[in-house]
Design a protein around this ligand. Structure first.
Ligand code: UD1
Ligand code: UDP
Length: 374
């Protein structure tokens, strides 16, 4: 067939894999495209969990993760490693997602070869280059030269227009994370065993309300993580509450959380969950405490209030809708906000409405059609 476009999708961490697997599936099934994948291996275990459940075997795997990797060494290796793959594959398009080091370096390596870049989840901005760090600058770098910007929301599209990005290159598609969530939910319905691994914890904590928790942001290392850990200790003193906390594999996170939270009756520190089990954790939780980006998008879609343990967010849509609240990393504030939700049914109901400002589950289909039209 003529005019088949060769697309190389480049990703490397858990959230990129989750938000890109629906697109990798769709490109592979569409005869208008020749689909290739390159994973940087910026994450290993957490990336592989997603590749396995999504059934993706990457065409290229740079396997770049090093223990506690520095940003400069990682970025240098990403640029040269992805550059070599681009020289071998010579794709017509490179797709990157979001704001990780892999996304930024993958896009830059493409730009250095004058290969057009399509940016999925474009236009998120907190307005503060230190929160989240270094993601705010990573995504601005990609936004400076991407040829197609797939903004999840109108707010994100507007942020790009304010930066003088050519309007005809910006498309509001919704966020592919909702597509991923729908996919995994349907898969669990067909195969419940895929998400049955929390049953022991569900029995142990029967009768208690579950707080689902994640934390990993670099700008929270140090005082922020200490504040988060002490908030969890205090919340776990309530006998009607239990915290289930799959701990990120970043050693900076694990050191603090293991030291401060191990051995508490009402806190389960567990290994990172694969995506079906994390979807199950969302489903059984009364509320989510998180500094994650993706969880801010998934929890409102399932009607779960989110307390965002950050100073700023690039996802203001959940705050505006009243399903998410910024609570920072100060222990007193986190505890007060969580207690308010746990003790005041009106406050809880006001936040627990299912709301989906981030997408309708059809973002991937829109992205594929927009790429085919180019
Ligand atoms: C990265 C992204 C961040 C994203 C997050 C998602 C950058 C700069 N940061 O942060 O935007 O929100 O991923 O989780 O791109 N590790 C493992 N196994 C894994 C994953 C990580 O052992 O599967 C450990 C390694 O020691 C690694 C360290 O975590 O060196 C840090 O990983 P890295 O990707 O550099 O940063 P994250 O903090 O995970
Ligand atoms: N997630 C997961 N298992 C976990 C924790 C999170 O599958 O134990 C998923 C979650 O559903 C979301 C994504 O990982 O889609 C968020 O990744 P992370 O918080 O690491 O990164 P961020 O979204 O902050 O970039």
């Amino acid at each position: 067939m003529t005019n088949v476009r060769k697309v190389l999708t480049v990703f490397g961490t858990r959230p990129e894999a989750i938000k890109l697997f629906p697109l990798v599936h769709a490109l592979a099934a569409d005869e208008r495209f020749e689909s290739r994948t390159c994973v940087s291996g910026q994450h290993r275990g957490m990336l592989d969990q997603v590749l396995e459940i999504a059934g993706i075997v990457p065409g290229h795997d740079l396997d770049l993760m090093q223990p506690d990797q520095t940003l400069d060494a990682l970025t240098a290796n990403l640029l040269t490693g992805i550059g070599r793959v681009l020289d071998a594959e010579r794709p017509d398009w490179v797709v990157v997602q979001g704001d990780t080091a892999t996304a930024m370096a993958g896009a830059l390596a493409a730009y250095y070869r004058k290969i057009p870049v399509a940016h999925v989840e474009a236009g998120l901005r907190s307005g503060n280059i230190h929160h989240p760090w270094p993601e705010e600058v990573n995504r601005k770098i990609v936004g400076a030269f991407a040829a197609l910007h797939f903004a999840p929301t109108e707010t994100a599209a507007e942020a790009l227009r304010r930066e003088n990005v050519a309007p005809e290159t910006i498309h509001v598609t919704g966020n592919t994370v909702i597509d991923a969530l729908h996919w995994v939910t349907a898969k669990i319905e067909r195969e419940p065993a895929l998400a049955a691994g929390l049953a022991d914890l569900e029995r142990r904590f029967a009768g208690k309300r579950i707080i689902g928790m994640t934390s990993h942001r670099r700008e929270n290392f140090g005082d922020g993580m200490e504040g988060i850990a002490s908030a969890v200790r205090r919340l776990a003193e309530r006998d009607d509450v239990a915290v289930i906390f799959p701990v990120h594999l970043n050693p900076n996170v694990r050191a603090v959380m293991n030291e401060r939270l191990a051995g508490l009756d009402n806190v389960a520190l567990i290994e990172p969950l694969d995506y079906p089990h994390f979807a199950r954790l969302l489903a059984i939780s009364t509320l989510m405490l998180t500094d994650s980006g993706g969880v801010q998008e998934e929890a409102p879609a399932l009607g779960k209030p989110v307390l965002v343990m950050r100073e700023t967010t690039e996802r203001p849509e959940g705050i505006a809708a009243g399903t998410a609240r910024l609570v920072g990393t100060d222990a007193d504030r986190i505890v007060a906000e969580a207690n308010r939700l746990l003790d005041d049914p009106h406050a809880y109901e006001a936040m627990a409405k299912a709301h989906n400002p981030f997408g309708d589950g059809r973002a991937t289909a829109r992205i594929v059609d927009l790429m085919a039209a180019r």
